[in-house]
Design a protein around this ligand. Structure first.
Ligand SMILES: Nc1nc2c(ncn2[C@@H]2O[C@H](COP(=O)(O)OP(=O)(O)O)[C@@H](O)[C@H]2O)c(=O)[nH]1
Ligand SMILES: [Mg+2]
Length: 267
C-alpha cells in the first residue's frame, strides 16, 4: 500500500425508481466500505422516485448509520443527482456507483487502491480520476453495440483517455469535481472534463453484472442521440481550458512546492 491509501470516502449513488435494488445493494455497499475504509458515508440521492425507493432507504438508516438519504423534490436527472450528492460529501475523496446493482461495490476498494499509484499522488499539482472499465459488459446486444460506437466517436473527438466513460463507477477528489463545469448529462463526460483540468485518468477493469431487478431508464434514443448535442458542447469546452499555475508573491506559502503550485488549481 502506498502513502496515498484512502481511508475516508463519500460514496454517492443516484437512484430513480430502484425499490427492488435498495436492500440488496445497500447490504453489499455496507460490507464493501466497512471492510475497507476507516470512515465512510453513503449518500443516496432519490430523484423523486414514484415507487417505494425512499421508504426502503429510510428503513435501512438504523442498520446503516452511515447512510444519508437526499431527495429531489422533482425529477431532475442523473447528473443533477450526482452533483447534489457530491456537494454534500464530507470527505475529500468521492466515489460514484450506479444504483441498479450492475456495478459491484467490492470494486470500490479496488479503485481506491489505484490512487496509491505513484503517478497519481494527489498532493502534487495534477489531479487524478480513477475510472471503472466494464471489460465484460452484461447488457443487451443493442446497448453494448450502441455504447461501443458512442465510445469510439467520443474517444476520438474528446481524446479523454477513457474507454468506458459511461461506467457509473468512478473515484476522484471532491475538489476536482467542484472545479468542473456543471450541466445536464455531465456525468457521462467526467474523464474529458477532468482532462480539461489536467487530471491523470487511470482506467481500472471492473466487473459488471446484469440488471437483476427494476428497469433501465435509458434507451438508444435518449442516450445516443441526445448525446450528440452534449458531445458538441464538451468538444467546445475541452478546447477552451482555463487554468494557470499561480503563487502569491512576497508571502511565505509553506514549504511544499506542490502546495504552492496548487494555489490556483485546488482552491
Ligand atoms: N437521480 C437519477 N438517477 C437516475 C435517473 N435515471 C437513471 N438513474 C440512475 O442511474 C443509474 C443508471 O441507470 P440505468 O437505468 O441502470 O442505466 P443503464 O445501466 O445504462 O441501463 C441507476 O442507478 C439509475 O437509478 C434519473 O432520472 N435520476
Ligand atoms: Mg444500469
Amino acid at each position: 500500500m502506498g502513502p496515498n491509501k484512502i481511508t475516508e470516502l463519500s460514496l454517492v449513488v443516484p437512484m430513480y425508481n430502484e425499490e427492488e435494488n435498495v436492500e440488496p445493494l445497500l447490504k453489499e455497499i455496507d460490507q464493501a466500505l466497512r471492510s475497507s475504509f476507516k470512515n465512510f458515508e453513503i449518500i443516496i440521492i432519490d430523484d423523486a422516485s414514484t415507487d417505494q425507493t425512499v421508504n426502503k432507504l429510510l428503513n435501512l438508516k438504523k442498520a446503516i448509520p452511515e447512510l444519508r438519504v437526499l431527495r429531489h423534490e422533482k425529477n431532475s436527472g442523473q447528473s443533477r443527482a450526482v452533483i447534489t450528492g457530491i456537494k454534500q460529501a464530507q470527505y475529500a475523496w468521492v466515489a460514484t456507483l450506479d444504483g441498479d446493482g450492475q456495478n459491484n461495490p467490492m470494486d470500490i476498494p479496488k479503485l481506491a487502491q489505484a490512487v496509491s499509484d505513484p503517478r497519481s499522488n494527489p498532493s502534487l499539482s495534477s489531479w487524478v480520476l480513477i475510472a471503472g472499465h466494464r471489460a465484460h459488459r452484461k447488457d443487451t446486444r443493442l446497448k453494448k453495440i450502441s455504447s461501443k460506437i458512442a465510445n469510439k466517436i467520443r474517444g476520438s473527438l474528446l481524446k479523454d483517455q477513457c474507454p468506458d466513460t459511461g461506467c457509473g463507477l468512478k473515484l476522484f477528489p471532491k475538489a476536482l469535481f467542484m472545479n468542473l463545469p456543471q450541466f445536464k448529462n455531465m456525468h457521462r463526460f467526467l474523464p474529458a472534463l477532468a482532462r480539461r483540468e489536467d487530471a491523470l485518468i487511470i482506467n481500472i477493469k471492473i466487473s459488471h453484472r446484469e440488471r437483476m431487478r427494476g428497469v433501465s431508464k435509458y434507451g438508444v434514443m435518449n442516450r445516443l442521440f441526445v448525446g450528440i448535442v452534449d458531445l458538441l458542447g464538451v468538444m467546445w469546452l475541452v478546447r477552451r481550458p482555463s487554468r494557470a499555475l499561480c503563487k502569491e508573491l512576497g508571502k511565505e506559502l509553506g514549504k511544499e512546492l506542490g502546495k504552492e503550485l496548487d494555489l490556483e488549481n485546488k482552491n
